[in-house]
Design a protein around this ligand. Structure first.
Ligand code: GDP
Length: 195
């Protein structure tokens, strides 16, 4: 999709702040620093709309971006924060859990993992949690410009194995630097949301 119009509609900390529309929603999850803001900026065709974070774990709200008046991207706080207290972590955990398991408009989740390394235990837990709730999930392996092309097939294998995913799991290799994979990610989103 060629995006011209995008608006950060709301940074929500509570359910009653979520948008009161029926537009389909697509959530983006991943550990802090994995490249979520960078992927979002590429998808919406902006340089720095979603803020790329120098400070891991700073985003502590559900951010709803309305895209082309057709759908919402929902930026979910990065898991595996080091800097927030246990109490905060539990609170955000509950908000995320409620959102992902009860939101009717949610059509799917894009889970980002760092394509340069094997998935972490946090990545695996998140993936398995989404699978348990039968939430359609696209895995996006980020920063693949940092991996030699002849090792790209290996990323696919390592990521799927590390997450405990099936062989036919949807997975796209992505780079915000070269924009490799951007069209395929959009295609998956369009199929899931029907936009
Ligand atoms: P977020 O915390 O998940 O939103 O991650 P950011 O999008 O802020 O990215 C974290 C860091 O990784 C930043 O320094 C980015 O410039 C860098 N980064 C993100 N995507 C890529 C990529 O595709 N290739 C490379 N080489 N660096 C990336």
């Amino acid at each position: 999709m060629q995006v011209h119009d995008v608006e950060l509609t709301i940074s929500a900390v509570e359910e009653n702040q979520y948008p009161a529309t029926a537009l389909p929603e697509l959530a983006l999850v991943g550990r802090s620093n994995v490249g979520k803001s960078s992927l979002t900026n590429v998808l919406i065709n902006r340089k720095n709309y979603a803020h790329t974070s120098g400070q891991p774990g700073k985003t502590q709200t559900l951010n709803f971006y309305e895209v082309e008046h057709k759908l919402y991207f929902v930026d979910v706080p990065g898991y595996g924060y080091a800097k927030v207290s246990k109490k905060q972590r539990e609170k955000f955990g509950k908000m995320i859990e409620n959102y992902l398991t009860t939101r009717e408009q949610l059509r799917g989740v894009v889970q980002l993992v760092d394509g340069r390394h094997a998935p972490t235990e946090d990545d695996r837990m998140m993936f398995q949690w989404l699978a348990y709730y039968h939430i359609p999930t696209l895995v996006v392996a980020t920063k693949v410009d940092k991996v030699k092309p002849n090792a790209h097939n290996r990323i696919v294998k390592v990521v799927k194995e590390g997450l405990g995913a099936a062989k036919d799991q949807d997975l796209i290799l992505f780079s915000a630097t070269t924009k490799k994979g951007a069209e395929s990610v959009w295609q998956w989103i369009e199929e899931r949301t029907g936009v």
